[in-house]
Structure formats: C-alpha cells, structure tokens
Design a protein around this ligand. Structure first.
Ligand code: DGL
Length: 259
C-alpha cells in the first residue's frame, strides 16, 4: 500500500503559467516524481479577484487532483497560498505545500537600502503576508503589481519592461538592496530584471525553498518515489492548443537559463 502511495503523482497548480517556474525547480530537486501541473488559465488572474472566488477555484482544482489520487499538493502561487492553504490543510489528509514571498531571506541580505516586494494586490493585503511583514518587513516596501502577471502570460516583453521601468522610477535601483519576486509569474522576469538592476541588488524568489520543503515533507512521510525517472503532465483550464505549447516553451527557457 505504502509502495503504491509513494509512486502516486504530485499535483502542482497556479492561476496560469507562473507555477511552471516552480514545477521546473521541483523536477530538478525530485527527478523521479510524477508531476501533474494544472494552470487555471480560464480563471486567471487570481490576484485581482475576491477571496471567495479564488477559494472556489482552488477547491475545484483539489477535486480534480483527487481524481488522480495525488499524494501531495503544491500551491505554486503566492496568491492562492495566501487564500487557500490553511483551508486546504484543515480538510485534506495529504501534505499541502504553500508559498510566500521570500521576505525573510531578503531581510537577512538587507544593508541600508530598501527591499521591494513585488506581488499581487491580494497577496499583499491578506493576513499571511501582513504577519510576515510585521516580522521581517523593516526596510521593505510592498509593491502591488496588478496586471503584471497578464503581461507575463501574454509574453509582452515590451509591456513588462515599461511596467518595471515605472517601478524603478519610483524606487531607483541604486536605493535597493533586494527585489523579492512574490508571484511565481515574476520569476520569468529575471533576465529583464538582471538587465535593469545593478549586480548588487539581490533578486529572490521562493521556488528553490518550496522544492526543498516538498522533499523534506515527502521524506518525513515516507512518500518519496523510488523511481529513477519521473514524468511531467501539463494541464490547463484554458485553450490547451496554445497554453500547453507555451508551458513547454517556458520549461525549455528555464532549462536554458539554469540547466
Ligand atoms: N502566480 C500567482 C502568484 O504567485 C498569481 C498571479 C495571479 O493570478 O494574479 O501570486
């Protein structure tokens, strides 16, 4: 029975393609696992909706994952984590791994400059982030970024550049110690950010930490797969003929950036 559980898939989801950056890290960390990724493109963006709406979408995705008898769920979305993680943990018997903006490690790197926390309006206003900010927020500036995930979804590089330029006009790069990518979509902005920021500004995301946390939890519960080679299955609530190829392209892009 336990042997069978170990080989069950892991469900990973986001409102769209942002969580592909988390999926990539997880696949690197746990190459033997069967990974099932669900991008809820039909309901994106989550970050400008109501809490109730997002909770409803998350519940529907959990029900979908249960059809595949997943052994764990990773919420590869800061917004959905802030809305639904506590609720999911309370009612599910499988491990639920959630995300939060990497403010704690950023606060440790801070010297005299500011730490910008880029995230969706919802992530920044919910209690999960408020508690994190109360603890590690000295010198940190939360910057709500409505519309930025949409630019990443539509691969509008010029729009992304303009959006970030506006932010860095308000907060000049030479006044910054770190930029926290508090939305999994923004991880795809790394190359652009590196071109716009001096090397002294740290750019942080929570992806590696999330992948390591998943490994720890699976190991604790004796749920690590014994397979040598795992698999990746991609699904979307949007138009699969365009979204799935886009997901594959993004995976290859990440592999080329950090093989
Ligand atoms: N990728 C998501 C996050 O990490 C959310 C984007 C959205 O749907 O607004 O917050």
């Amino acid at each position: 029975m336990q042997e069978e559980r170990r080989e069950a898939p892991i469900g990973i989801f986001d409102s769209g393609v942002g969580g592909i950056s988390v999926l990539y890290r997880i696949h690197k960390e746990l190459p033997g696992e069967a990974l099932l990724y669900y991008g809820d493109t039909a309901h994106a963006p989550y970050g400008t909706r109501t809490r109730e709406e997002v909770l409803g979408y998350c519940n529907a995705i959990v029900a979908h994952f249960q059809e595949d008898a997943v052994k764990a769920i990773v919420i590869a979305c800061n917004t959905a984590s802030a809305v639904a993680a506590a609720d999911m943990r309370a009612r599910l018997r499988i491990p639920v791994i959630a995300m939060e903006p990497a403010l704690k490690p950023a606060s440790e790197m801070r010297q005299t400059g500011k730490v910008l926390v880029l995230a969706t309006p919802m992530t920044l206003k919910l209690p999960k982030f408020q508690a994190l900010y109360a603890k590690y927020g000295e010198g940190a500036v939360p910057v709500p970024c409505p519309g930025l995930m949409d630019l990443v979804e539509s691969q509008d590089t010029r729009g992304e550049h303009r959006y970030l330029e506006e932010i860095f006009t308000l907060y000049p790069p030479d006044t910054l110690d770190a930029v926290v990518l508090g939305c999994t979509h923004y991880v795809f902005l790394r190359p652009l950010l590196h071109a716009m920021l001096p090397d002294s500004v740290h750019v942080l995301d929570g992806n590696e930490g999330t992948a390591r946390q998943l490994r720890r939890v699976l190991a604790q519960k004796d749920l690590l797969s014994q397979r040598e080679e795992g698999s990746i299955r991609l699904e979307t609530s949007g138009d699969a003929s365009t979204v799935i190829p886009q997901m594959r392209r993004l995976l290859s892009q990440l592999a080329a950036q950090s093989p």
